[in-house]
Design a protein around this ligand. Structure first.
Ligand code: F6P
Length: 380
């Protein structure tokens, strides 16, 4: 891993060829995207570069797709560090190598438009791209880098499932939102002696469920990494009942699955939607718990609430650091890389390494050991 330098901004021999920088945001939004954009724009403009934003991932480059190329000056990014979402717009259906084109008969045909991206960069005289995204968008960035696009990635996702960085920005805010929700549910659950199942995001990694479940003191935490046994979940609830605790909170990641079973899906891929949409495990569990324990059980899926709202101070700081570090990479012409946090440093790691594997929760994690020591059940 190369460490990105920390000296003050200024023109370096390597950066002399850089004049125009592009920034885009792809995939599901995450709190902190605007902070990255602001940091990158300020750091780049202090080097005398011109910066443009590509709206809606790569769509802004295509005349037939929604979005445009917009100038990003320091005044365009004034006062956005604390704002959720992205001023550039985003999409999780914007893979230029697998672009959904609607034909006149209404059917969808997939096309590879990567050469159009390269041509647009040449036409617009763009020298580099800072691509802010999660595993999907960074995989696209890695592919575009292999085709010759000078790109630096910035890791974003509330799921925190990117292996090459200690943390992604957006995760801390999402975990905070989920923790607050679990906290609020405690009083109503206790008043009614009910069981509440809180479904949080996390398709393949249970980071949000684990952090918010432990910090919010859920009684049962179910994550994709530990298949659960519904009988064990109910045992925990009934054990609490017998000890006079008539309410319980179950925190479940949307990608959790029963022993020998599958994830619960809300929709299967169709039309322009490539990925199955997870969801519904909370409702399913609530029904099973009610049937097995006889206890009144309610489910609540936090869904996109976890992606909205202002980033926490921690996420703002990481995002600002990532934005500034990405500009240093561009200045050094260190392309095909992603900035990553390796405390206390921000490093540049090869994009190919960054997207190689999903960072799941290690089963021997100290957080899991802590929760177990306090009596929390993982349904196993
Ligand atoms: O990658 C972040 C994430 O929030 C996942 O946890 C979730 O499954 C997915 O995005 C949902 O995305 P959308 O509903 O926006 O397609």
């Amino acid at each position: 891993m190369a460490e990105t330098r920390t000296e003050p901004e200024g023109s370096t021999a390597a950066s002399e060829g850089i004049r125009r920088l592009a920034i885009n945001t792809g995939g599901g939004d995450a709190p902190g995207l605007n902070a990255v954009i602001r940091a990158a724009v300020l750091a780049a403009s202090r080097r005398g570069w011109e910066i443009v934003g590509i709206e809606n991932g790569y769509a802004g480059l295509f005349p037939d797709a929604p979005g445009d190329i917009v100038p990003l000056t320091p005044s365009d990014v004034r006062g956005i560090t604390h704002l959720g979402g992205t001023i550039l717009g985003s999409t999780n259906r914007g893979n230029p190598m697998d672009w959904p084109c609607q034909l006149s008969d209404g059917t969808i045909e997939r096309r590879d438009r990567s050469q159009e991206v390269l041509a647009a960069f040449e036409r617009l005289e763009l020298d580099a791209l800072i691509a802010i995204g999660g595993d999907g968008s960074l995989r696209i960035a890695a592919r575009m880098a292999s085709l010759g696009l000078p790109v630096v990635g910035v890791p974003k996702t509330i799921d925190n499932d990117l292996a090459a960085t200690t943390v992604t920005f957006g995760f801390h805010t999402a975990a905070e939102t989920a923790t607050e929700a679990i906290g609020r549910l405690h009083s109503t659950a206790e008043s009614h002696g009910r069981v509440f199942v809180v479904e949080v995001m996390g398709a393949t990694a249970g980071w949000i469920a684990l952090f918010s479940g432990v910090a919010g003191t859920a009684d049962v935490i179910l994550i994709p990494e530990i298949p659960y046994d519904i009988a064990k979940v109910c045992d925990k609830i009934m054990e609490r009942e017998r000890s006079g605790r008539r309410f319980s909170i179950v925190c479940v990641a949307e990608g959790a699955k029963p022993l020998g079973g599958e994830v619960t899906m809300k929709t299967v891929p169709s039309g322009s939607e490539r990925q199955p949409r997870l969801g519904g495990i909370g409702d399913q569990l609530a029904q099973q718990i009610a049937e097995r324990t006889g206890k009144e059980t309610r489910a609540l899926a936090l869904g996109h609430l976890q992606r909205g709202g202002p980033p926490t101070a921690y996420d703002r700081l990481i995002a600002l650091r990532f934005g500034a570090a990405a500009v240093r990479c561009v200045a050094d012409r260190e392309f095909g890389c992603m900035v990553a946090l390796d405390p206390p440093h921000v490093l540049a790691v090869p994009l190919d390494d960054a997207v190689r594997e999903v960072k799941t929760v290690p089963i021997d994690s100290d957080i899991i050991a802590t929760a177990r020591a306090l009596g929390t059940s993982f349904g196993d």
